[in-house]
Design a protein. Sequence first.
Length: 432
Amino acid sequence: MNAAVIRSGNRVNCQLAVVGTGMAGMAAAIFAANRGLSVVQAGKASEISFSSGCLDLFSGIPGAERFENPFKGIEALIARQPNHPYARVSRDEIVHGFEEFTGFMNGAGIRYHCTPETNQQIITPAGTLKSTWCVPSAMIAGTRALAGKQRILIVDIRGLKGFGARQMAQNLKAAHPCMGSVTVEFPGREKAGDLMCERLTWDLETPDVLSRFIKVLRPHVGGYDAVGLPAILGIYRFEELRAKMEKALGTAVFEIPTLAPSVTGMRTKEAYLGQLSETAVRHFPVSVKEIQTDDNGFCFNVAEGMNTLEIRAEHLIVATGRFLGRGLGVNDKGIIKEMLFDLPVTQTAKRSDWFHRDFFNVQGHPVNRAGIETDEVFRPLGRDGKIRHPKLYAAGSIIAHQDWKREKSGSGISIVSAYKAVNHLAKVLKGS
Ligand SMILES: Cc1cc2nc3c(=O)[nH]c(=O)nc-3n(C[C@H](O)[C@H](O)[C@H](O)COP(=O)(O)OP(=O)(O)OC[C@H]3O[C@@H](n4cnc5c(N)ncnc54)[C@H](O)[C@@H]3O)c2cc1C
């Protein structure tokens, strides 16, 4: 039974406010709703809109070893970097956090395929292979075809930028010799010039366009076990569109994530928001300007239409991301700042040390490890090294000592930090 968010006039009382709607904010709101807490969530679009849609846990230590087994990798990582956020969670917490998150998303229509002990591979638009832990069903046929050394046809669309089937197949041929490519015209867009994935996605939601596209593909697919398309098979009815295509073509069909903004990321966001309406979480797609804090908790304003609502929350999770999400910013002295609470940010002594001279340095750039410090249950620390507020928590990429891009740990850090934080605060609330 969920505790209700209580509204009285323009004041809304809740047990937990989640600021941020990226992977960490979404995970925190899901976990809190599942534990019956009353939750308000505020936040605008996030890095999710750029994501491949896969859930990465861990693939490698930057500049050192790569791991097929993410858990073995995490063990090695913690041994080298005891202050990494993964050092604060157990294997069981990781597994249960992922199970709960993917369970919710499954209900929302996005099914993930996770293999317990190994990372899986997907094809990227650069024609490389990317390791990830959980692959959405839209991409799993490609993962299986790669693993089974099957014949794969990559299809691109004339006019679609950043997705070249021929180049991808060429790049992948060394690792996967049975790879073909073809360029086709998109029905109704033959003379359109540059094409965008979102536009094609909306087009394919129309049954007539879908059947014309299938007709365009049919002559090319013979002799292939799986056909890889750019991720354009719908924002809402993606399972249905892909199933129709597979049936009509008589071969497995999978999507390859595209460059940002990616349809797969938008799909994740839309599915989450759709399923959230089944919970008691109140979601506000707005930015929070200022948060007041006292011993009882947190107070901030959100806009709802023409109204301003005052949110009073007993606990708060700051899941505002890094520079792209605007959880971190830089002041005019070149110092990295945490934007909402002015929490101290661990960073290099000088701005000139943020980046290595070589952009592709395999160690990753030091600026990507900047972030806030937390205790064992992800409560941010103040300048004195003590927890800043007993009811304030953090989750996701804002936390220091990780480089999710290099480690391939973006969703993992978000999900497990949110899981640990919510479990802790739910226990505190139960005891109070
Ligand atoms: C190009 C790209 C590809 C990626 N691909 C993958 C992938 O394949 N697999 C994977 O696991 N991860 C991937 N990621 C990473 C993953 O998306 C991030 O790790 C993850 O989004 C970090 O989540 P976060 O919630 O911490 O931050 P963000 O996603 O940045 O979210 C921060 C949120 O906080 C909100 N916010 C900030 N300030 C305020 C404020 N004052 N008031 C209200 N809201 C606020 C923002 O609006 C946003 O909603 C990718 C990221 C990028 C950029």
